[in-house]
Design a protein around this ligand. Structure first.
Ligand SMILES: *[C@@H]1O[C@H](CO)[C@@H](O)[C@H](O)[C@H]1NC(C)=O
Ligand SMILES: *[C@@H]1O[C@H](CO)[C@@H](O)[C@H](O)[C@H]1NC(C)=O
Ligand SMILES: *[C@@H]1O[C@H](CO)[C@@H](O)[C@H](O)[C@H]1NC(C)=O
Length: 413
């Protein structure tokens, strides 16, 4: 009997494999995995008894009906508009640095999870603007091209409050994301006849995708990644986090994503104009530690920049899989901040230059040398869309067509 079943298996196995292959139309789509930008993933939270409400908002704790139940933490417009609840949300969204764990984590008593990993259905789309920003239009365009969520189209949302940290620095959030994304890519490939996947990121998603790729074994990348399409990520960060940190210096301890996006000395090096100008002294990207100290960032915040964020910026490098970078240019973009009197609490005078409205053109052009110039990077293509904004790259009709064409196109391997 056992032998008989064994034989049956042997007889049916090749047939089953052939029929599965035969079921695939010859022009079957390559599976696509999307990583959206900052604030585009939705988070759920659950409070435990360890949660202590902030002293000025005791209503967030006592008698709260939220304990033990998962609720929408981000984005929860109802709660944000309720003056009694908004401070609770702000408090529960904080991440704090835990020196014992050498890592960022939620506040004690707040558990969080990312909504809808594996799908694009829960990317933030509560307003038209968020739909534009958060790949909603791209998802629609891909569906028109025949893609189906959960079958050929997959989403990799992530905890955008966290950021990958330099190698050797504990970063549980990114380690967990890496494990889940690796499993997702393998599943997407397996369920699509073993085809390699196309990874597409927008904005902050690029930091996650690139670090994910660069920390995956090269044979794995070559086996599973057909093409990486990176939209609206620069090789050297941008100036907005500089200005934001100047107005809220404590964020250096609570917003690791801001530290990673600061202008990189690898791109804004000697010979580039200073990023910050005061009467007494100027600051280039190399002087960011001094700048952080000058604006009032606590010493721990400066150390976190130097140990977790800066090495990551300096390690921005080619993923060694076929890569296309798509960026907007021709939009007024913050290029220099002038605090003439050296008072960083004041609103700076902003000098504008070229870019996508967030990323200065220097950060965009540097992709061509950092990724395109790496001798190991066999296929690299750069598309610069004139007059297109940071979000426009994944939402303007003409830009979307270019992005979808890149996703559907097969680069020579
Ligand atoms: C939004 O937040 C409020 C207050 O925390 C909560 O009661 C509500 O359930 C949340 N909404 C969703 C959809 O989870
Ligand atoms: C700061 O930079 C500006 C513009 O590049 C330059 O004109 C000025 O001399 C510099 N100031 C100092 C104090 O180095
Ligand atoms: C700096 O600017 C802030 C905001 O305008 C003001 O309140 C403060 O007094 C200024 N500090 C100094 C030392 O001038």
């Amino acid at each position: 009997m056992a032998t008989h079943r064994h034989w049956l298996l042997l007889l049916f196995l090749p047939w089953a494999l052939l029929s599965r292959r035969g079921a695939q139309p010859p022009d079957a789509l390559y599976p696509v995995v999307l990583l959206p930008g900052n604030t585009c993933s939705q988070l759920e939270a659950r409070l435990t008894d360890a949660y202590e409400p902030p002293p000025e908002s005791p209503q967030c704790g006592a008698g709260s009906n939220e304990r033990g139940r998962w609720f929408r933490l981000w984005r929860n417009a109802t709660a944000m508009d309720d003056p009694a609840v908004a401070p609770c949300l702000a408090d529960q969204l904080r991440v704090v640095y835990d020196p014992a764990a050498r890592d960022f984590r939620n506040e004690p008593g707040v558990e969080t999870r990312v909504l809808g990993f594996g799908s694009t259905a829960d990317f933030l789309a509560d307003t038209e603007a968020n739909k534009d920003l958060c790949m909603g239009r791209l998802v629609e365009a891909l569906q028109q091209a025949g893609y189906r969520d959960g079958e050929t189209l997959f989403g990799a949302p992530y905890d955008f409050r966290q950021a990958p940290a330099a190698r050797g620095q504990p970063c549980r959030a990114f380690a967990r994301f890496t494990r889940r994304l690796r499993a997702l890519v393998e599943r997407a490939s397996r369920e699509n006849g073993g085809r390699p996947v196309v990874i597409v990121s927008h904005s902050q998603g690029g930091y996650f995708a690139l670090e994910f790729l660069n920390r995956s074994p090269l044979p794995w990348r070559r086996r599973y990644v057909k093409h990486y399409v990176m939209a609206s990520t620069g090789a050297g960060g941008f100036l907005l986090p500089l200005r934001n940190l100047a107005s809220v210096p404590r964020d250096a301890l609570e917003a690791p994503d801001a530290l990673v996006a600061l202008p990189s000395p690898a791109v804004f090096g000697p010979g580039t104009p200073p990023l910050v100008v005061t009467r007494a002294r100027n600051y280039t990207a190399r002087d960011i530690p001094e700048f952080l100290a000058a604006i009032g960032v606590p010493p721990l915040g400066v150390t976190l920049y130097e140990t977790r964020a800066l090495p990551l910026q300096l390690g921005f490098r080619a993923p060694v899989v076929p890569t296309t970078c798509i960026n907007g240019v021709g939009q007024p973009t913050m290029e220099q901040l002038v605090y003439w009197d050296g008072n960083f609490s004041e609103t700076p005078q902003v000098v504008y230059g070229d870019g996508d409205g967030f990323l200065p053109v220097a950060s965009i052009v540097a992709l061509d040398t950092v990724i395109g110039g790496d001798p190991r990077q066999e296929y690299y293509k750069s598309i610069k869309l004139a007059g297109t904004s940071h979000a426009g790259v994944v939402s303007d009709a003409a830009a979307l067509k270019r992005v979808v064409d890149e996703i559907l196109w097969s680069p020579p391997i």
